[in-house]
Design a protein around this ligand. Structure first.
Ligand code: ITT
Length: 203
């Protein structure tokens, strides 16, 4: 069966590909269509933006589409970077710059309230909203997954993408970037969301 994942993010695809293949579903992504114009993601929630991306691509190609809108939420930053995670440090999207910006914002907080908990241990959560739409762009399933951790003050690990090197999971004693793709796919926000999608589709 033909299905497109409406993403240009190589890091997401590296995780999605094996998870879809395990279900016997071969997928393409927007990386196969470099000339498509950017989709305007102007929703205020992960769920809204996932649906916007999925609909736009379904209407263009006339096939079922899955989209992932995801990001990092830090309570002490009022939920930032949230839906702005990809472009936290500005255009174009730059993972290294986003990580520096995150540490700078947390350091600012620490300076302004020295008695607070060390910023490097700020609780954080990865969130992933996945939308599946049919070939006409109508929603078939909308699911969300999340994963809890804390932000550390120096990047650790070479795997993954985005904020993974700063996202430490105390239960594992490792950052998300110190996990292989298979290990990350056992517990990530993306894997949780996809698990809920399979569950929704089996009903
Ligand atoms: P597409 O819209 O093309 O899918 P994007 O990177 O712009 O790609 P989003 O708008 O959903 O996608 O933003 C996701 C950002 O959130 C991503 O760039 C990372 O900074 C962060 N993020 C999401 N999932 C992550 C993960 O598993 N590990 C680390 N960072 C993640």
């Amino acid at each position: 069966s033909e299905i497109i994942i409406a993403t240009r993010n190589k890091g997401k695809m590296k995780e999605f590909e094996p998870m879809f293949l395990r279900q016997g579903i071969a997928v393409r992504s927007l990386l196969d269509y470099p000339d498509l114009p950017d989709i305007v993601e102007d929703g205020h929630t992960f769920a809204a933006n996932a649906l916007i991306k999925a609909r736009a691509i379904a209407l263009k190609f006339g096939v079922p589409v899955v989209a992932d809108d995801s990001g990092l939420c830090v309570d002490r930053l009022g939920g930032a970077p949230g839906v702005y995670s990809a472009r936290y440090a500005g255009e174009p999207s730059d993972d290294a710059a986003n990580n520096r910006k995150l540490l700078a914002e947390l350091a600012k907080l620490e300076d302004s309230s020295p008695s607070a908990e060390p910023a490097r241990l700020s609780p954080a959560r990865f969130v992933c909203a996945i939308a599946l739409v049919d070939r006409a762009g109508h929603p078939v399933a909308e699911v969300e997954g999340s994963c809890d951790g804390v932000i550390i003050d120096k990047p650790r690990g070479e795997h993954g993408f985005g904020y993974d090197p700063l996202f430490y999971i105390p239960e594992l004693g490792r950052t998300m970037a110190e996990l292989t793709v298979n290990e990350k796919n056992e517990l990530s926000h993306r894997a949780q969301a996809l698990g809920k999608l399979w569950e929704a589709l089996s009903k």
